[in-house]
Design a binder for this molecule. Structure first.
Ligand code: FES
Ligand SMILES: [Fe+2]
Length: 347
């Protein structure tokens, strides 16, 4: 499966990047991440130019990394500033430094031609760093290609079957979706508005609503990496007012960053931001536990699918139906980003 290069990807949460060296592999490129004394996040290629020892297995000395094998030392720009046993530093002694932007609590890295890196192109998830929201989050490594996670998130009808008892109810699978593609901005939108639905435990326990609900799911996928699910929950019949705050409803902003690690592995960054019970630690604890459970149900299913796909002949033909409209649109936009020169389209 081909990758879309010349794009921004989430490599870590800001809170994961500190004075310990963190190893992540993004689009097959090994990275080491850390934070300088002044607080800037740095991403360098995780291979010493000397004998390719991982810099992530080395140590920080101030803002420099001292290779743990023979001591080549690199500054935050990737330039080698010390070679043991000689004064002269070879001109080619440098590791790649990746453009990094920290925004909305996420650390984005640019994979590709650095001349083309434009931070203005990074999609936003402002709720993750907004004090009016409470956020729970995690990251699950997947032994599956990233396209399977894109398919999974674009078609939430699976909630009814895979996540029953947590977030799934019969209405999710029963209610038709509306799919729109903004070709110019490259965004896929999938909406499912359930006006009379059972309240799943995920929302019953966190909002305290008893009885049936109005449940809206509005997905925005910004390929390749960022997926947003705007979830609106209200007692049945409570609709947003024509003007002013939608204060009769509960809002959860569910964010996924889908970062290909290797061809057959993916980082599944997930976060749930809510505008209700913001100071209630027990609601945070419950939502963290519940969403983690749901994510791990997806991980188990996608890991199985990856093994099935890896073992099957190429000519297997899938059958797509109405619920797949969003996923198919996402695949098409991803294929366009991968470009005609690359072998194999995402699936
Ligand atoms: S491998 Fe890094 S200094 Fe030799
Ligand atoms: Fe799921």
């Amino acid at each position: 499966m081909a990758f879309a290069r010349d794009q921004w990807y989430v490599a870590a949460y800001g809170a994961e990047v500190g004075r310990d060296l963190l190893a992540r592999t993004v689009l097959g490129e090994p990275l080491v991440l850390y934070r300088t004394g002044a607080g800037a996040a740095v991403a360098l290629a995780d291979r010493c130019v000397h004998r390719r020892y991982p810099l992530s297995e080395s140590r920080l000395d101030g803002d420099t990394i001292v290779c743990g094998y023979h001591g080549f030392t690199y500054d935050p720009t990737g330039a080698c500033v010390f070679v043991p046993g000689q004064q002269r530093i070879p001109r080619t002694a440098r590791v790649a430094a990746y453009p990094v932007v920290e925004q909305d609590s996420l650390v984005w890295v640019w994979i590709g031609d650095r001349e083309r890196a434009d931070p203005a192109g990074i999609p936003r998830a402002p709720w993750l760093a907004d004090p009016r929201y409470a956020v729970v989050r995690g990251m699950a490594p997947l032994n599956a290609r990233y396209g399977l996670l894109v398919d999974n998130l674009m078609d939430l009808s699976h909630e009814t079957y895979l996540h029953g008892g947590h977030i799934g109810t019969p209405e999710v699978a029963d209610t038709p979706i509306v799919t729109e593609v903004d070709e110019e901005r490259g965004v896929v939108r999938v909406s499912r508005h359930m006006d009379d639905a059972e309240c799943p435990p995920f929302y019953a326990r966190s909002t305290g609503i008893r009885g049936r609900i109005t449940r809206w799911q509005d997905i925005e996928y910004h390929p390749p990496c960022l997926y947003l699910l705007h979830s609106r929950i209200a007692p049945r019949g409570v609709l947003p007012p024509a003007e002013g705050e939608d204060s009769g409803a509960f809002h959860a902003e569910i964010v996924y960053a889908i970062t290909p690690s290797t061809e057959h592995t993916t980082y599944d960054f997930w976060a749930v931001a809510r505008d209700f019970a913001v100071d209630d630690g027990s609601v945070s604890e419950y939502l963290h536990h519940s969403n983690h459970t749901v994510v791990m149900q997806d991980v188990a299913a996608l890991d199985v699918l990856e093994r099935v796909i890896a073992a099957e002949p190429d000519r297997y033909q899938e059958l797509s139906v109405n619920i797949d409209a969003g996923g198919l649109a996402a695949r098409r936009l991803l294929a366009r980003m991968v470009g005609p020169g690359a072998a194999g389209a995402p699936r």
